[in-house]
Design a protein around this ligand. Structure first.
Ligand code: MGD
Ligand code: MGD
Ligand code: MO
Length: 776
């Protein structure tokens, strides 16, 4: 564990620091040379898909692409440490609950199915069949199928996800909350009505052709390090790279490519962003609308800066949009964006000068109340110059979990399209439920209302990843049964229902042996490439089952006599599952043959062919007003009289974590070492509050439901961030995110825009241990 310090980082992202960090990651997980072999197999044609992120690989056949955070993700799974029955025998659940998230995961891989024993407050081993029987008993006892909730995290393979959605629908509900609800849900909600597909339209090859790449609310140096390789190439050939981010992120500024011998030897590096706009948190809709306003003003002044042919042939709604944009006053735009009019002009002029442009975005865009409108405004700007469905241009939502996009393709969706349900009925001979199910926030509410009674999670860490931590915990604890399929111990296993199970599964790096031999699974990356993933390591324990096997055996136990699906036969050979996937989804024609090709295949993306599957058959421009009445605006108005400063808090990832999995206590590129309870703030704001850099504060949410929400003990760190905005790490800050703070038309928690105030730190009375990160 490194010593606690704040030391501003001046080097490039990547480089020797990344290599050094990799060495430490392997040492920490007690991985010797075996680990090195594991790493070399990541993203290889005969290896496994990296569980790190959903960024695609260069045709999947290139030499090993170095990625520091990919290595950490693989090492975390390939760890030599074990969390076996002895660990659970040593600790009551009450004791485990006192440990930090870091400590829980650090115990290593789960080895046995475990059941909660209320008499001793301990988890005890249980036989697999008994575990399935227990779940089946609970599920079959529910008077209403919609009282069961089935969560999915985005690591599940296509095969696991397909069987899972089939089982749950045969059981009788569409209650499929998933991590996507907290992540890129608004991207799909925005793009589907706009261009007819809910997925990005670009491929990696487009990055070689783009004249400008705009990056909104994304931190690739930490979360998608392989993307820096594409950006570096683009930068070297002279493409403009324009970042919109309240924080100055090192990976968006300079990158030293560990694959470049010259850069490594000479300590050289490549600048990434040619322009960096440090807008105010939540200011993107205004900024992009401002760029559009500049575009229309230049057009109105007689220049020809629109793609009029594209607009005429392929779109509807342009005139209404243009009128709305002309009517939006610059004052409102400038104030809300937190950028000057000149800066917005400059950004627009770069965009106009570029022949082809790609817009990338991440959580800095999606986790806002107006995220759907913001993404559609980005779409408006792209379409105004025909930047979709041609080489070097298009929409690029950068997804998180390695198979989050594939899980949705497979039908993990609480709002399934009728066509999918019709097909399932036809292929599997049952009547699927038609009622829409619950998303993540609605599922928590249902548990709190006593309507959600059985909670089953295929991966993830629901208790830590979701908003309003203590409310979520109350909901989970009210459940009759909670079940977690997992690789590692986490918070969700110790915040459990009256009965509870932990079911340990194989990870993607491991050999998946079934009746007909070792099996591969398939995944879909952020650019709709589907390919196979083959584990190479022996399983962490002989008691592990694969996720498809867990789902199939649970389905067989629960649906006895009611299902025509040959559950156990399907998992003997995953090619059989893929045949069923093909039977349900036309896009998966010849699935087994096509996925056997090196690098796999790309799913059809109609928008990238300029075919628009929208109600009008055209791509659609959507006008949206600059937000004036968000919770942050309202809190600022209501607190003004009292003279309190209301900040907008954005919650984000450190360099040493994977969502709720904390690998270590450093955030190298932001200069934070040995600690996580920090809050980044402008130096002038520290002064205005009467504090000093390094002082300790408590953070309080300003919300209108009369409920106090606070997170205690954060150290102020003066940082290059606009006045009025704060940043702190997730999941520690999730107690501050109200359950009712969600995105319009997507339901995503608005984790990047929480109105908060700061008070001097006062040690709290008895406080529950939520997402504690003491290095215990
Ligand atoms: N190593 C590692 N890799 C990961 C993950 C991980 O935790 N660790 N998580 C995976 C997952 S599930 C996901 S979804 C992705 C997440 O990857 P990202 O989308 O990069 O997610 P974040 O780190 O939450 O925040 C992104 C950026 O948004 C900026 N931001 C915050 N608010 C605003 C705003 O209002 N406007 C703008 N323009 N910017 C803003 C923040 O400063 C930050 O730089 O990464 C995936 N990959
Ligand atoms: N405040 C705030 N909240 C956020 C976010 C934010 O930016 N701010 N980001 C949101 C986003 S983008 C996301 S995607 C969610 C993430 O939410 P989740 O996906 O629920 O969380 P993770 O932390 O990725 O899940 C980690 C756990 O997954 C399990 N696991 C790992 N690999 C496997 C596997 O192969 N199989 C199975 N069955 N289990 C496995 C391990 O036990 C590990 O503890 O969090 C969201 N919450
Ligand atoms: Mo995510």
């Amino acid at each position: 564990m490194s010593e606690q310090k704040i030391a501003f980082y001046t080097g490039p992202a990547g480089g020797w620091g990344a290599l050094n960090s990799v060495k430490n990651a392997l040492l920490r997980q007690d991985i010797p040379l075996k680990g090195a072999r594991t790493l070399l197999s990541a993203n290889q044609p005969d290896g496994f898909d990296c569980p790190g992120c959903a960024w695609p690989d260069r045709n999947h056949t290139s030499t090993f692409e170095f990625c520091e955070n990919g290595v950490k993700a693989v090492a975390a799974e390939a760890t030599a440490r074990r969390a076996g029955p002895e660990l659970f025998a040593r600790h009551t659940v009450a004791e485990l609950l006192q440990h930090s998230d870091f400590w829980l995961e650090d115990q290593g891989r789960l080895t046995h199915p475990m059941v909660y024993d209320a008499a001793t407050d301990k988890y005890l081993p249980i036989a697999w069949d008994d575990a399935f029987a227990l779940i089946a008993r609970h599920l079959n006892a529910l008077p209403d199928r919609d009282q069961a909730i089935f969560y999915t995290s985005g690591r599940a393979s296509n095969e696991a996800a397909f069987l899972y959605q089939l089982f749950v629908r045969e059981y009788g509900t569409n209650n499929f909350p998933d991590c996507s609800n907290m992540c890129h849900e608004p991207s799909g909600s925005a793009m589907k009505p706009q261009i007819g597909v809910g997925k990005g339209t670009v491929q990696l090859s487009d990055f070689e052709l783009a004249d400008a790449i705009f990056i909104f609310g994304q931190n690739p140096g930490t979360n998608h390090p392989r993307m820096l390789g594409e950006l570096r190439q683009a930068s070297r050939r002279g493409a403009r790279i324009v970042s919109f981010n309240p924080l100055r992120e090192r990976g968006l500024e300079r990158f030293q490519d560990p694959q470049s011998k010259i850069e490594m030897a000479t300590l050289g590096s490549t600048p990434i962003s040619s322009h960096y706009f440090q807008l105010q948190g939540g200011g993107d809709l205004a900024a992009v609308k401002g760029m559009l306003k500049r575009l229309i003003e230049r057009q109105d002044a007689g220049e020809d800066v629109l793609d009029r042919a594209f607009i005429a042939e392929h779109t509807v709604g342009f005139e209404a949009l243009a009128a709305d944009v002309r009517a939006e006053p610059w004052d409102a735009i400038v104030q809300e964006a937190g950028l000057t009019r000149e800066q917005i002009h400059q950004a627009a002029d770069i965009y106009i000068a570029a022949g082809r442009a790609i817009f990338c975005w991440g959580m800095g865009i999606t986790q806002h109340q107006h995220s759907v409108a913001t993404i559609q405004m980005m779409g408006n700007l792209l379409m105004a110059r025909g930047n979709v469905g041609r080489p070097g241009a298009g929409f690029c939502p950068v997804r998180g979990h390695s198979n989050v996009q594939g899980d949705r393709t497979m039908g993990i969706w609480e709002k399934p399209p009728a066509a999918l349900l019709d097909r399932l009925a036809e292929v599997f001979g049952f009547e699927p439920p038609r009622r829409h199910g619950l998303d993540t926030v609605e599922a928590i509410q249902a548990m709190l209302d006593g309507q959600g009674k059985v909670f089953f999670a295929l991966g993830g860490n629901f208790a830590a990843a979701t908003p309003d931590t203590y409310a979520t915990w109350r909901g989970l604890r009210q459940c009759a049964l909670t079940v977690h399929v997992a690789t590692k111990l986490n918070r969700s296993h110790v915040v459990h229902g009256k009965e509870a199970l932990i079911l340990p599964c194989l990870g993607r790096t491991e050999i998946d042996m079934q009746a007909t031999g070792p099996q591969g699974v398939t995944v879909e990356d952020s650019m709709s490439m589907v390919h196979i993933s083959l584990g190479i390591n022996p399983p962490a324990s002989e008691h592990l089952l694969s996720e498809p096997a867990i789902v199939a055996r649970l389905a067989a136990a629960t649906l006895q006599g009611r299902s025509q699906t040959p559950w156990l036969w399907l998992v003997e050979d995953y090619a059989r599952i893929r045949d069923k996937i093909e039977a349900v989804f036309d896009d998966f024609k010849d699935f087994n043959a096509r996925v056997a090709q090196p690098g796999g295949f790309r799913l059809r993306n109609t928008a990238s062919e300029r075919v628009w599957e929208t109600p009008t058959g055209k791509a659609t421009f959507f006008p949206h007003a600059v937000p004036r009445d968000t919770p942050v605006h309202r809190a600022r108005r209501s607190e003004k009289a009292r003279g309190t400063i209301v900040f907008t808090l954005l919650t984000t990832r450190s360099h040493d974590q994977y969502n709720t999995t904390i690998y270590g206590m450093d955030d190298r590129y932001r200069g934070v070492f040995g600690q996580r309870r920090v809050v980044f703030i402008h130096a002038e704001d520290i002064r205005a509050l009467g504090f000093k850099d390094g002082d300790w504060v408590d953070i309080h949410t300003v919300w209108d439901d009369g409920q106090a929400r606070r997170a205690d003990g954060f150290k102020l760190v003066a940082y290059d961030i606009p006045r009025g905005s704060l940043a702190a790490y997730y999941p520690e800050t999730n107690p501050l995110v109200p359950l009712s703070a969600t995105a319009i038309a997507a339901g995503t928690p608005t984790s990047k825009a929480i109105p908060v105030l700061l008070t001097p730190h006062a040690p709290a009375a008895a406080e529950p241990a939520a997402a504690t990160t003491a290095a215990a």
